[in-house]
Design a protein around this ligand. Structure first.
Ligand code: SAM
Length: 390
């Protein structure tokens, strides 16, 4: 049973929940959210052998994979039909986790593996400087997710590619190649184009023009083809900003400069809790923002079953998403709850300035009180997981 603790809650009419307890047990209490969570993000202990100030990350591989599998299994029914689950992990367990998650969610639900550059400086004391982690992405229904996931906003870097060297009244444009691979070409795509300067252009070897000749002549007439400022260069197609897609397709390599690094996240936490021991493994809000931008819209429900310092909830709150966050550690009060209280008051770190966060909203705090049988099934390597629990 979940008991609401008023002294840690920030009252407003909200469905947001921060829950203290073992996710293994807490998730059993959340069946009212079955099929309702749009995005689950988890950042579990990676089993990297470290002993952090706030939690232990040393267990046998068997125990670790069994525990995380049990929790994934309990998270699965919560996902809405167009929902997705994003799992942070590093090099040492990623491959085992992928196999376990494939068995739990189904291989056909696997969407992609994202590489996140969590560190931008070289670690010279190691054999290899480990600069990246992984995020495994699964969708409840891959086709639906593909249709409903969001494009990412066009960045300044992409915008900078649009110019208007010919003062076209239709505004900014960028040029793209007018030739394509000749593999599936038809005869009408091979011809000579005469540029305004009189220079003749044939498609390069193994390539053909993207349009047939009459379409190309019309496009030239409509000033949609660019031959360079001197009217002499290889023809290229003008793509106008006004007709560009509303956003860009997310890529699978996420650089620290775009989504933040562990160092950035720690700096943020230090600023929030300057007189507390630093939380060792926080995620930057910009990383979570990228995930929520792709996987959710305003008012969608987000869940994090390994809350830590509360980065997921802090970001979700600022982005006007609903949320549930769970952590087993007593540090949930001093970090996640305190952090969300600061967010409500208008905390200005992380993504706050970017999105003009001014504060507001609230959340309720719950404690898991029912005595559970916390004995986990430690022998699921025979992967009776799906048989036992479906
Ligand atoms: C890597 S940290 C998460 C960091 C978080 N993403 C952030 O940005 O601060 C993992 C967290 O999972 C919590 N945890 C470990 N096992 C858990 C369990 N069975 N149920 C709930 N929380 C758990 C730990 O207490 C720790 O706070």
């Amino acid at each position: 049973m979940l008991e609401k603790i008023d002294k840690y809650s920030v009252f407003v009419d909200t469905e947001n929940k921060i829950i203290h307890g073992d996710s293994f047990n807490v998730l059993d209490e959340l069946s009212q959210y079955n099929n309702k969570v749009k995005c689950i993000y988890i950042d579990p202990p990676y089993n990297n052998g470290e002993k952090y100030t706030h939690y232990d990350d040393q267990s046998s591989h068997e125990d670790w994979i069994n525990n995380i599998s049990e929790i994934l299994y309990k998270l699965k029914p919560l996902l809405s039909d167009n929902g997705s689950i994003w799992i942070s992990i590093d090099d040492s367990e990623v491959h085992y986790l992928k196999v376990a998650a494939d068995k739990i969610f189904g291989r056909e639900k696997f969407v992609t593996t994202i590489i996140w550059q969590q560190r931008t400086t070289r670690e010279n004391r190691k054999v290899f400087s480990n600069n990246h982690e992984y995020i495994l992405v699964y969708a409840a229904n891959k086709k639906l997710f593909e249709k409903t996931r969001n494009l990412l906003p066009i960045t300044e870097e992409i915008l900078a590619r649009y110019k208007n060297p010919d003062n076209d009244p239709r505004g900014l444009w960028q040029s793209v190649s007018a030739n394509v691979q000749a593999g599936h070409a038809v005869a009408s795509q091979f011809y000579e184009i005469t540029s305004p300067s009189g220079k003749k252009h044939l498609p390069p070897n193994g390539r053909c023009w993207v349009y047939n000749e009459s379409r190309m002549l019309k496009e030239i007439d409509d000033k949609n083809i660019w031959f360079g400022t001197n009217g002499n260069c290889v023809p290229r197609i003008k793509k106008f900003l006004v007709t560009a897609k509303a956003g860009v397709t997310p890529e699978t390599i996420w650089l620290g400069k775009d989504v933040g690094t562990t160092k950035e996240a720690k700096k943020h936490i230090l600023k929030l809790f300057h007189n507390m021991p630093v939380f060792d493994t926080p995620k930057p809000e910009r990383l979570i923002q990228r995930i929520l931008d792709i996987a959710t819209n305003e008012n969608d429900l987000v869940l994090d079953a390994f809350l830590g310092s509360g980065s997921t909830l802090s970001t979700a709150h600022k982005m006007n998403r609903k949320y549930i966050g769970i952590d087993i550690g007593d540090h949930i009060i001093d970090y996640a709850v305190k952090r969300l209280q600061l967010v409500v008051q208008g905390e200005d770190g992380g993504i706050s300035k970017d999105i003009c966060w001014e504060g507001g909203g609230g959340f309720d705090f719950y404690q898991l009180v029912k005595k559970h049988n916390t004995v986990r099934t430690q022998d699921i390597k025979s992967i009776a997981i799906s048989d036992r629990r479906q």
